[in-house]
Design a protein. Sequence first.
Length: 370
Amino acid sequence: MNRSSVVRWFFAGVVVAAACTVHAGLDDDVFGYEAWQRALSEIEVDQAQVVYPFHITEEMRAWAKEKIRPYRTASPEVRLQVLQLAFFDPGEFSFEYEQERTLTATEAFASRRGNCMSFTSLFVALSRSLDLPTFLVAVTRRPEVVKDGGLVVVNRHVVAGFRHASKVYIYDFYFNSNDQPHHRQVIDDVAASAMYHTNIGGMNIRMNDTDAAIHNLEIATTISPSWAPAWVNLGVARARAGDMDAALDAYQMALVAEPNNSSALVNMAKVFTDQGQIEEAHTAMRAAAEGSRNPFTLIAMADVEMLHGNLDEARQYLRRARWWYSGEPEVYEAMSRLARLGEQHEKADKYLAKASALRQRGQVEADSLN
């Protein structure tokens, strides 16, 4: 790979590296395995149960060194771009994206596949072996949630960051110019472990392994109690286990960590509704919908307005949901319900057909990964 190909691939949009502003401080003492061990020693947790996602083997170290050998005198930014681009070279590595596969760096290197957490953990581990101290950055773009059994499970996108000359550069393999991030948060290595266990816990929930989900999510909330997605998903797992009081406690902790977290509020409303506390449920839903980009929050509020005959208000909620999540079948199913109430039956059928097509496409894509 020569330097011109690096520039060409970069501007072709395969990957993105850009200077930006991130939230939270950058303290070198919170990165690296020794810092991770020191931090965990101050927490009441069995360290053997906590996964460190950035371990590296000698084979991985040698591979990374070989990739950047022709660029060893280049700037850190160029060396990181070369390393990142090597993941997409079919003749060299060919990393394949799989949304449900959260792996450590060593596992991702061995399998050549994984999700954004896997990819970024591998990139961070390899770049650190080259004395390029990268770190994780959690990114919020549009809502990254899935609905599972009536409850909202949270996912967060993650990228790598690198600080150089007072700037922080972001290295990402997902980019859409119409889907710009509106918040970035630096993740230290303990929080990276919490994110890993949160992802695994979310996968456990979707596989109906509630005990494993609770185990992983309790690890995440213990080592990083300010990580709201872990509390939200722990609430979902506890609700699945039938412990509604414990579920509500977890959602409350999510709100302590991240006030107005819409996923926590939606899930609280679901518990309140199931318990017959309709007023409390409505209050939680209204709080969740305020400024929310969560499509399931907006759909739920639209349904509430439809029940009360407020069709114009319902339409506004669904317009917002469609803007942020135009590929979600439930958005069009709700639009169909609204159209039917307005006696627009032809339009209702059209929306229902759109929802069905999206579900079929999603199933085809899921089957292709099996």
